[in-house]
Design a protein around this ligand. Structure first.
Ligand code: TXA
Ligand code: MG
Length: 342
């Protein structure tokens, strides 16, 4: 399949927005920009269209998709009942990097929810994303537009690398501003529960909802016989080809550890300005106390490590505060929970 690359500078580029929407109306796949990461979109109301997403990504069939809407009125047809907490979350965080899991309606095909009786919904902040949804006239199911298991794409180049030739079109609107995927919270348990940290922090959520629960999968590996609330958490995720180890400790402790233990061809993933303390080559992913910056650079940095042919990588551990919790969570998974405390 020849993949058309559609460069869209703004939501006012209505001809090109219309072109992308046309593919979606015809149940074809289009990669679209969002403020978090690029998404691989299909008409969420067509089981056949959504099926193509699983094929193109090589995604396990039991991992449900997020449905993207462009305005709040589009929520009601997707869910089985109104929810007062949802209304508060929408008011505070939509459009934006928050996904909410709710009881689903019959309009949502089983393949979208992977057989669950819930649906995850998000209204992205990216104006081009919302313009494409509006123009398509249907909600869009969209996972991150990477091959299953790889780091999520934060630029059109990442999407081209993974999916060129496999989908109808890729919209190129530059780099994503947030850089890690949306926060996922479910309102289908007894109390609101955070399933995946992301662009909206637990503290921000608690200001609106009161106390929330944090699902154990945010910090730890699923036990082998456990059934997760969020099926995505049971798969290897965000991982480059290299073997990552997360190292907790100060830069001086880190540098000493790496310089004593790393083989010559091993690499480091560290904060800006730290390369000079290290005897191995390093990729820097933002300043130490700037979690927003780390989030924005993280996935490109993981891809860069692969391009450098890294086999083993020692990683400076971020502070798990604010959006830093999402950075920490992604690195923990990319490292398959290998952590060293110095
Ligand atoms: O920022 C994002 O959320 C991006 C952009 C494209 O919007 N999308 C994204 O999708 O990260 P994906 O498919 O890579 O991750 C969706 C996560 C998975 O962990 C999945 O298991 C979970 O959301 N999820 C989806 N539907 C769910 C449901 N009904 N119940 C629980 N978890 C759900
Ligand atoms: Mg993903």
């Amino acid at each position: 399949m020849k993949t058309q690359i559609i460069k869209i500078e703004s939501e006012n580029d209505i001809d090109k927005i219309g072109l992308a929407a046309e593919f979606l109306k015809n149940n074809e796949l289009v990669a679209i920009p969002t403020e978090t990461v690029y998404g691989l979109a299909a008409n969420a109301l067509s089981g056949d269209a959504v099926e193509k997403i699983f094929q193109a990504k090589g995604r396990p069939q039991d991992n449900p998709l997020i449905v993207h809407i462009s305005s709040e009125e589009e929520l009601a047809p997707l869910v089985s009942r109104e929810n007062e907490k949802m209304a508060r979350l929408a008011k505070a965080f939509w459009p934006g990097p928050l996904t909410v899991v709710l009881p689903k309606s019959e309009n949502v095909p089983t393949v979208v929810s992977a057989g669950l009786n819930t649906v995850a919904v998000r209204m992205p902040a990216h104006p081009v994303a919302r313009a494409i949804i509006k123009s398509a006239g249907v909600p869009l199911a969209a996972p991150s537009a990477n091959l299953s298991g790889s780091p999520s794409p934060t630029s059109a180049a990442h999407v081209i690398n993974d999916l060129n030739g496999k989908i109808a079109a890729i919209v190129d609107s530059g780099c994503c501003s947030v850089g890690v995927e949306s926060t996922v919270i479910t309102l289908c348990e007894k109390e609101p529960r955070l399933l995946r940290p992301g662009g909206i922090s637990p503290l921000q959520l608690e200001k609106v909802l009161g106390k929330i629960e944090i699902d154990p999968v945010v910090f730890s590996k699923l036990k082998t016989d456990e059934v997760p609330v969020s099926p995505g958490t049971k798969y290897k995720h965000y991982a480059p080809n290299a073997e990552l180890t997360l190292v907790k400790g100060s830069i001086s402790a880190f540098a000493k550890f790496v310089n004593e233990n790393a083989a010559e061809k091993d690499l480091a993933l560290c904060f800006d300005g730290e390369q000079k303390a290290l005897a191995v080559k390093a990729v820097e992913y933002g300043r130490e106390n700037e979690p927003e910056e780390q989030a924005k650079n993280l996935f490109a940095a993981l891809r860069e490590l692969d391009e450098l042919g890294a086999e083993k990588v020692f990683v400076r551990c971020p502070q798990p505060d604010g959006i830093g919790l999402a950075v920490y969570n992604r690195l923990l998974r990319a490292a398959a929970f290998r952590v060293i405390e110095l």
